[in-house]
Design a binder for this molecule. Structure first.
Ligand SMILES: CC(C)(COP(=O)(O)OP(=O)(O)OC[C@H]1O[C@@H](n2cnc3c(N)ncnc32)[C@H](O)[C@@H]1OP(=O)(O)O)[C@@H](O)C(=O)NCCC(=O)NCCS
Length: 393
C-alpha cells in the first residue's frame, strides 16, 4: 500500500474518517479525537489517502523555538497515526516526508515532536534533543519565603503582559517554545478546563505569574498542576513559592514539567523534590541554511566548514561555511562538499544545534568526524546550555 495523496481536509465532516484512526492509535474515544482534531483547525490536519480511503494522519502545530535568544520558526508535529491494518508499509514515514517538504516550502527552519517511537522519526531525520521531566514537589517541604510583592488573580487585560513575560523568560532558554495559540490554549485551559491564573505585581508591573489547576487525590487532598510558574525577578519567584506553600494543608504536591536543569530548585534547602523523565523530544533541521541564520549565537568568533547529508530533504545536501564574528553569522552555501572540514548527517548537526551533546560526545557516538580545530569551533558556536522544553504538544 502507498499513499496516493496527502492533504488537508476541505470540510469538518472529512475529519470523521481520521478520528477513529487517531482514537485507536492513542486509546481515546472517537468523539474525543474528533473534538481534538476540530480544535486544532482544519488547515493544521493532514490526511494520508490510499486510493480514496484515509489510512493515516497527523496534526501540525506552527510556532517558534528559542535558540540563542532568537525565535526560530518551528513546526511541531503531533498525533501521527496509521490505521492498524495499514501499518508496517511505510505510510507514516511517507506522511512525515510529505509534511517535511511542505514545511520547508513554507519556510519553517525546524520541526520538533514528542516521539512514541524514535526509530520512525530518526528515519525522517529527527534526533533526540532533550528530556521532558516531571517535577514533584511536596508542599510541606516548600520554602516559605517572605515577599512584599502583591499577588492577585489575573484578568483578561493581563493576557498581553503575561505573554510578554513568558516570551522574555523563555527566550533565555534554548529549546523553550515561542508558543502559538495551540500551546497557549493548553496552558490556559488544560484538559479544556480553565486554569487559575495569578499575577505578581511589582512597582514596574507584572513580574511573575502562575497558571495552575487542581489534580484530585483522595478526599480533600489534591495536587497543584502548574502549567506555568514564571518569576522574572527573585522577589516574584519568592511570592509564587509562598503562594504554593500556603496550600500545604490540603494540597500535597506541586507538579510541573520541563528540562532537568531548573534554577527554581535552587530555592529548596533539601532534595525533597522528585524529578522523573516522562519522555524525550526530538528536533529536526528542516532548512539547514535558515536554521543556521535564524538562531542567535554566543558572542564568539568561529569558522565552520561542514558538508551536510540529508536523504529525506535533499535540498539540505550542501557545504555550509558559517562564519561568526562576535556572534553575528555569515553563511556561504555551495553544492559540492569537496574539501569540507567535516561531513555529517543532518541528525548529527541537529544534535549539535540543539546543544544536547557536545561535539566530543558526538565523535564518541560515531556520528561526527572532524579535526580538533573544527571540534573546538563547533563547541564555541553551539554553546548555550542543555536545551529544555516545558510544554507538551
Ligand atoms: C507509529 C505508527 C504511526 C507507525 O506507522 P506505520 O505506517 O506502520 O510506520 P511505517 O511503516 O512508515 O514505519 C517506518 C519506520 O518507522 C519505524 N517504526 C514503525 N512502527 C514502529 C513501531 N511500532 N515500533 C518501532 N519502530 C517503528 C520502523 O523503523 C519503520 O521502518 P521499517 O519498517 O523499515 O523498519 C503506527 O504504528 C501507529 O499509528 N501507532 C500508534 C500511534 C503512535 O504511536 N504514533 C506515534 C506518535 S508520536
Amino acid at each position: 500500500m502507498m499513499l496516493s495523496d496527502v492533504r488537508t481536509p476541505r470540510e469538518p465532516a472529512e475529519l470523521e474518517a481520521l478520528a477513529p484512526i487517531l482514537a485507536w492509535a492513542f486509546g481515546m474515544s472517537a468523539q474525543d479525537s474528533l473534538k481534538w482534531l476540530a480544535s486544532t483547525g482544519l488547515q493544521h490536519v493532514r490526511m494520508g489517502y490510499s486510493a480514496a480511503r484515509v489510512v493515516a494522519g497527523l496534526v501540525e502545530i506552527p510556532m517558534g523555538q528559542w535558540f540563542g535568544g532568537k525565535s526560530v520558526p518551528m513546526l511541531g508535529v503531533a498525533g501521527v497515526a496509521t490505521a492498524p491494518e495499514a501499518r508496517g508499509q511505510g505510510l507514516a514515514l511517507a506522511l512525515m516526508r510529505a509534511l517535511l517538504s511542505e514545511a520547508r516550502a513554507r519556510q519553517f527552519a525546524l520541526s520538533a515532536l514528542y516521539p512514541a517511537t524514535v526509530a520512525l522519526y530518526r528515519k525522517a531525520g529527527y534526533e533526540l534533543a532533550g528530556a521532558y521531566c516531571r517535577f514533584t514537589l511536596p508542599l510541606k517541604d516548600c520554602p516559605q519565603p517572605r515577599s512584599a510583592l502583591a499577588l492577585r488573580s489575573a484578568t483578561p487585560e493581563d493576557d498581553a503582559a503575561i505573554e510578554r513575560l513568558y516570551r522574555t523568560v523563555a527566550s533565555e532558554r534554548n529549546g523553550y517554545l515561542d508558543r502559538g495559540p495551540y500551546v497557549w490554549a493548553r496552558v490556559r485551559a488544560p484538559q479544556g478546563e480553565p486554569a487559575r491564573v495569578l499575577v505578581v505585581e511589582g512597582s514596574a508591573g507584572i513580574e511573575g505569574y502562575a497558571a495552575l489547576s487542581q489534580l484530585r487525590r483522595e478526599g480533600i487532598h489534591h495536587d497543584l498542576a502548574l502549567g506555568d510558574l514564571v518569576g522574572a525577578t527573585p522577589g516574584a519567584m519568592a511570592r509564587l513559592l509562598r503562594f504554593l506553600s500556603d496550600h500545604r494543608t490540603t494540597a500535597d504536591n506541586a507538579i510541573w514539567y520541563g528540562g532537568a536543569a531548573d534554577a527554581r530548585l535552587f530555592a529548596f534547602p533539601e532534595r525533597s523534590f522528585k524529578i522523573e523523565v516522562q519522555t524525550h523530544w526530538m528536533l529536526r533541521l528542516v532548512d539547514v541554511a535558515s536554521a543556521l541564520l535564524a538562531r542567535g549565537y554566543p558572542e564568539v568568533t568561529a569558522e565552520l566548514d561542514l558538508f551536510v547529508e540529508d536523504d529525506v530533504l535533499p535540498a539540505n545536501n550542501a557545504r555550509y561555511r558559517l562564519r561568526l564574528r562576535d556572534g553575528t553569522p555569515e553563511l556561504d552555501v555551495a553544492a559540492s562538499g569537496d574539501g569540507a572540514a567535516a561531513r555529517l548527517d543532518v541528525r548529527a548537526l541537529t544534535a549539535l544545534y540543539s546543544g544536547v551533546v557536545t561535539p566530543a560526545e558526538l565523535v564518541r557516538a560515531g556520528m561526527l568526524s572532524a579535526d580538533a580545530r573544527t571540534l573546538a569551533a563547533l563547541g564555541r558556536t553551539f554553546a548555550g546550555g542543555a536545551p529544555a522544553m516545558a510544554d507538551y504538544f
